[in-house]
Design a protein around this ligand. Structure first.
Ligand code: HPA
Length: 270
């Protein structure tokens, strides 16, 4: 594991040798956020030793290095999911590489289904906590002390300080934001009606197929995290609505300008 991380890091540094301060993971439909970055280098995942290759529509699969808000950043355009057949270890490999490239903050985004009855399609939700009953924990197996402790504390997986900053930015820019608990599932099926109800009953506000494993790996390494969901569909509703991937992508694209404003300003303030 440590050798694989080192080989990936060494390869990247041989192509781009600046230290990024902020890492970003761009969720479904949020990939055009990379246009905010003054791009200095792009590296396709397929070129990087030990990187998995992303297979989903809406995830183009490359690391984008550059400058944003006066800071060096690296964005993952495209991420890896358990439903693609990757192990939890593979899903979090890029996060570990970003940490060893030197980032000191990780910003994560995703598309999620809302189950909180107050949510609407297109809402932005600051993730304040998560429930990961349903996705394999990426820390199962041998613990690598170089990464972090065997039994990491999870009392504050999403840094309160970053949440406060974004809430202040949202007020200042007049952008409505929700807050809530993200429940991770493996997918690739969207939930049944009964499952959406279960997620609400569990204490969830939104449900999705990513993020939690990446956050666990980041917290394991002591990396501060901020995460935000775009609510792209509503799981709990009366009508006979069917959810499609296309709708999810479209709702995320519609929310993207608001997402951009918040995240760009957050990066400027870091
Ligand atoms: N469920 C799970 N994952 C999702 C959903 C959903 O309703 N919407 C977007 N990603």
């Amino acid at each position: 594991m440590m050798l694989k991380i080192k080989e990936a890091v060494d390869f990247i540094k041989s192509i781009y040798n600046e230290k990024p301060l902020v890492g970003l993971i761009l969720g479904s439909g949020l990939g055009s956020f990379v246009h905010e970055i003054k791009i200095e280098k792009e590296i396709p995942y397929g070129d990087i030793p030990h990187f998995p290759v992303s297979t989903v529509e809406g995830h183009s699969g490359r690391l984008v290095f550059g400058e944003l808000g006066g800071k060096k950043v690296v964005a993952m355009a495209g991420r890896f999911h358990v439903y693609e057949g990757y192990t939890a270890d593979q899903v979090v490999f890029p996060v570990r590489v970003l940490k060893f490239l030197g980032i000191d903050t990780l910003l994560v985004s995703n598309a999620a289904g809302g189950v909180n009855p107050a949510f609407k399609v297109g809402d932005l939700m600051i993730i304040t906590d998560h429930i990961s009953q349903l996705a394999p924990n990426p820390l199962i197996g041998k613990n690598f002390k170089e990464l972090g402790p065997r039994f990491p504390d999870m009392s504050e997986p999403y840094k309160k300080e970053l949440i406060h900053k974004v809430k202040a930015i949202a007020v200042q820019k007049n952008i409505p934001v929700q807050e809530g608990v993200y429940v991770a599932v493996t997918g690739p099926t969207f939930e049944t009606r009964a499952e959406y109800k279960m997620i609400l009953a569990l204490g969830g506000d939104a449900v999705g197929m990513s993020t939690v494993q990446e956050v666990i790996a980041a917290v394991h390494m002591g990396l501060p995290v901020f995460a935000m969901s775009v609510i792209t569909d509503l799981g709990i509703h009366e009508e006979e609505i069917k959810i499609t991937h296309e709708e999810v992508l479209q709702a995320a694209r519609d929310a993207e300008p608001r997402f951009k404003t918040l995240i760009c300003e957050l990066i400027a303030q870091l």
